[in-house]
Design a protein. Sequence first.
Length: 330
Amino acid sequence: MFRFFTQNNWFIWSWFGSFIILSSLWIQVKIDVKINEWFGEFYDMIQKALGAPNAITIDEYWSSLLSFITLAAIYVGVAVLISFFTSHYLFRWRTAMVEWYHSVYDKARKIEGAAQRVQEDTIKFSRIMESLGTSLIEAMMILIEFMPILFGLSIGIPIFFFGDWDYGLIAGALIWSIGGTIFLVLLGLILRLVGVEYDLQKKEAAYRKILVIAEDDGSIRPKSIQELFDDVRSIHFLSYIRYLYFNIGRIAYLQANVLSAYVFLAPAIVAGAVTLGVMQQIIRAFGRVEGSMQYILKAWPTIIELASVYKRLREFEAKIKFEELIDEKI
């Protein structure tokens, strides 16, 4: 799966491509920091304008909006270009995988579900990595940039439960985010969501294989196909009920998450210790830090699918190597 990074013919795409993607993500995070600063200045200007007539000029107002449009335009441009490049990058990764599978397909074809592993699982792997991999890196970069900002904004204001402690907001974000993530990860493990997804794909593969055989072989009994589809139905129904339990915890937590920053800021807001602009900056920075730390929580369903695909491809490659070992002995 990772020959993309070890083969010389893919060196430029794998390593230089990775550098380009990482650099562009860092630029996006830097722009996001600038946008966060803009929110603070803009809402302070709004508070000033609403406090007294003509406290600001219309030119100042339009100028502020134009500065946001400029930042947003740069962000959109970078995001669109890097999304296009990442799609090509990951298709090259998929190509590196399937080239090896093609080279050993005389052995691989003897393995159950070989066609699905080579065609479907490789494209699933690349598509999931496109969304999951880049968002993971971006989440780490956001933490690096926004943690100091959140710390600087929270100095000198009272925080619920933590009082005047300078690290109160950061500690609150850590406790709330990591605590919720651990809870949902444990819930996912208890419900065996990765195992269910893996079993689901195996049942679907077996069902599809018999359908393909039945296209050319009229001796395949309809009952055999129906029996396989019954297996597919049972594993799907099992996954539905387990995701039902998981989503109760996940969705309830994410809804409560909307109020978390306001809860921690309650003493400062009631005491009037912050301006509207500073409050917006804090809430947005808190949300970015909190969202990054909740990465596993929010991406958990996709992580489960990636883990299942990885497990199937690893098992497939192990069987190929086993077949090669047998041929060498013969």
